[in-house]
Write a protein that binds this ligand. Structure first.
Ligand code: UDP
Ligand code: MG
Length: 158
């Protein structure tokens, strides 16, 4: 009761896409029950990269981060679910794969923090900002029901 769904922005980063981990990583989020309401593969533009990582401008790793995120395709996603911002980051694990718990995406599929396989928004404000960088409102499929909702609805009819 009283639970409200959130949205978050997730990106499968170039090294993970190139290594063929797209479906494996998407599955981690789907298995949790999060609803995918936006999904696309794209090459990140210079402008998108700068907007996305604006908070890190000036940091020692900034230039390499910007270059890396544009080095190949990313798979961008919007997920919807209860506490999805925190929950998705738990599935991702700590920024540095060497510190991430075994069983998380970064621990299981990455070795270095510079190439840590996934991005996920860290708060509702970042989520809204990041979703808008990569998706137009009309690109989000907000009007479909997942299995749980369908089954509940069917039972209600019986
Ligand atoms: N990053 C890096 N070196 C660092 C810290 C961060 O290369 O010392 C990269 C890393 O790819 C990370 C991204 O910059 O995912 C954004 O950093 P942030 O602190 O926001 O970590 P995240 O939110 O991705 O866990
Ligand atoms: Mg971050």
């Amino acid at each position: 009761m009283g639970h409200t769904e959130e949205r978050t922005f997730i990106a499968i980063k170039p090294d993970a896409v190139i290594r063929g981990l797209t479906s494996t990583i998407i599955k981690r989020f789907e298995d949790k029950g999060y609803k995918i309401i936006g999904l696309k593969m794209l090459m990140v533009s210079k402008e998108q990269a700068a907007q996305h990582y604006a908070e890190h401008f000036g940091k020692p790793f900034y230039d390499r981060l910007i270059k890396y995120i544009q080095s190949g395709p990313i798979v961008a996603m919007v997920l919807q679910g209860y506490n999805v911002i925190k929950g998705a980051r738990q599935l991702m694990g700590a920024t540095d794969p060497a510190e991430a718990q075994v069983g998380t995406i970064r621990a299981d599929f990455a070795q270095l923090k510079e190439y840590n396989s996934v991005h996920g928004s860290d708060c509702p404000e970042s989520a809204a900002r990041e979703i808008a960088i990569y998706f137009k409102p009309e690109e989000l499929c907000t009007n479909w029901k997942n299995m749980t909702e369908l089954v509940t609805e069917k039972e209600d009819l019986e």
